[in-house]
Design a protein around this ligand. Sequence first.
Ligand SMILES: Cc1ncc(C[n+]2csc(CCOP(=O)(O)OP(=O)(O)O)c2C)c(N)n1
Length: 323
Amino acid sequence: MATLKKETLLEWYRQMVLIRLFETRCDELYREKKITGVYLHLYSGHEAVGVGANAALKPSDHIITAYRDHGIAIARGVDTKPIMAEMMGKKTGTSGGKGGSMHIASREHNFWGGYAIVGGHLPLATGMGLACRYNDTDQVVISFIGDAATNNGYFHEALNMAQIWDLPVVWIIENNLVGMGTRIEDSSGQVELHKRAIAYGMKDGGRVDGQDVVEVHRVVSEAVAYARKTGPVLIEAMTYRYKGHGVSDKTYDKRMADELKEWVDNKDPIIVLRRTLESKYKGIAKELDAIDKDASANVDEATQYALDSAEPTYEDLINNVYV
Ligand SMILES: Cc1ncc(C[n+]2csc(CCOP(=O)(O)OP(=O)(O)O)c2C)c(N)n1
């Protein structure tokens, strides 16, 4: 913490606020039927994991994740305008409107998406790691993993192979305690998920407080340095999902009301960083408020841009599609 510059902390604060406001708007737009598609999975509550982890990477490194992907794309620096356009299925979207919420990707940012099949991206992360080692590129891959995806066969295959070949992959489990509505203790014999590293002979990067962006950055930075030189690392970031599994899940908030309140009131990643900044730098509140205002304007502009953008044409829709 002592070595981190004020500008760095403010940038992390900016990214987390932008993600929160962007997704809150997406939630509203989905209900207004401006964003359509079967699902919309919000990252609200997880922001410090995506922001802290991305900050440990160079732009030339790679990120891949599952369907809770918008927040991580924003942390990676993808502009909110094409992300919002993608959410609305517009031609100006990151994938020309053909991917939607679960498939945000940007080659320019080495942000590879956005996968809907639980655990389906994990072998891809191993493949990306293999390409980095094979071509001797010095790049690292971060692969985010939902806690429930650790019980999927892909997890075993992908982590085992990454270890055998000493691939430069940092596996980050975002443990938000539930997979859809199933509690982790009902789905996993070993609930300390980072310990699964032991089964593969992999470096156990331990458990980190996923609500503290500074801690996430510290732990992931160490893992990235290790992965670049030596081989894979498995980290477990403890976090919490503020909304239902997806927008159509209306049961979650009622069932978990007390637990949710505890996380929102006492462990919110934006409030945690704001408090740290306010105690470290007197009079910083005005700067933070200005960041909040800018983020709100950014989301307004992205929304308008997406609403004003054209729909894809028939030719756009049939282009770049495997048949
Ligand atoms: C192979 C497969 N099985 C089941 C599903 C249905 N499904 C979608 S999300 C999900 C839960 C995944 O939870 P987790 O990996 O913990 O991620 P989180 O939603 O908590 O971010 C399930 C079972 C799917 N998409 N793919």
